[in-house]
Design a protein around this ligand. Sequence first.
Ligand SMILES: CC(C)(COP(=O)(O)OP(=O)(O)OC[C@H]1O[C@@H](n2cnc3c(N)ncnc32)[C@H](O)[C@@H]1OP(=O)(O)O)[C@@H](O)C(=O)NCCC(=O)NCCS
Length: 349
Amino acid sequence: MDALELYIPKPEDLWFRQQMLSDPDTMSYNRDWDVSYPGYHRDTGCIDFPPAKWTEWYSAMIGQTPKRFYAYIQRSSDGAWLGDVCFHYTPEKDWWDMGIVLYAPYRGRGYAVPALKLLLDQAFRVYGISRIHNDFEIARGEISAWETHRRAGFRELGRENGFLEMMITKEDYFREHGTDLPEIETQRLTMRPFVPADSAGLQEILGDAETMRFSEPAYTPEKTAKFLNSFLIRRRSGVAVVCKQSGKLIGYILFHPLDKSIYELGWFFHRDYWRQGFAYEACQAIIRYGFQELRIHKIVSETIDLQKSIGLMKKLGMQPEGVSPVFDPNGRPAQLYCYCLYRPESTPG
Ligand SMILES: CC(C)(COP(=O)(O)OP(=O)(O)OC[C@H]1O[C@@H](n2cnc3c(N)ncnc32)[C@H](O)[C@@H]1OP(=O)(O)O)[C@@H](O)C(=O)NCCC(=O)NCCS
């Protein structure tokens, strides 16, 4: 699946919004509303958005967070804009209403749920807002829109005046996606959330070709900064492993939910610190926290590295679960080994 990100448009990028709003295939969902305002075309659902309106619209919509948020959905691989997402505060209900539109040529490719999740991530993690609402006119039978919202974590609130009301709260979201781990200490290590200042330390790890040999080409500093920001900080999908004695960042542990109770565990440690038991010490503590505090029931890991990573998985007590053919980062055929660990019945808590 293509990675997506949110992009806040610049004033000169608004041609894309204009293109979407004037495309009858994209706007058909907006047809036949019993309203009339200048620029609304009831027959197609399209809305005029000429450049003369851009400046006013821009100052009302951009830079108004958390009252209002607007962004394009951007495909990371080629920067293509695929649609837009937005939310705004509705004071009479004390909730945020939202919208998502995928440009018609990009529909049916599985982009909606990841795009919704990016929006929720932004809303709950970055802006800390409390709840997001959306509604759908039942007569329009927008089944795919309900379904994508449901899959992104929205609950059905009820049906009123011909509308299906859906809602997701910050608590719902964190229950489903949150890996807001507290600081965890072991004898020699501290595991803590990543912060922007970790960029250079993380680059020492992810920029090293030998460390990355079994996963991806070594990261450039730009790629590391982007990964740190969007994946590790915004999505809290990994923790920083810091040496207590020196304060140095020596590792990165990926720990994120694949499902409510199944987490993926992964690791990248600084090559100067290999073979000193640090990865084992850190992973053991994370696993303990996952089973005891988060009450998850399964942890999975996968690798093509038969020696180091499988050795670590075995030492952590993980069991082989399956093998599938993949290509290594150089495009050569390889085997991906999947290992897992179930919560022991005796786990306290
Ligand atoms: C895998 C990695 C995290 C291990 O880190 P580490 O701190 O050196 O691991 P530890 O010292 O805690 O070792 C734990 C166990 O892993 C296994 N292991 C680690 N390095 C090994 C090696 N070079 N050869 C054989 N087994 C090894 C051993 O079973 C070891 O236990 P032991 O020392 O009692 O024999 C580290 O080598 C690394 O960052 N590798 C590159 C990143 C990577 O490939 N990530 C996975 C992508 S899928």
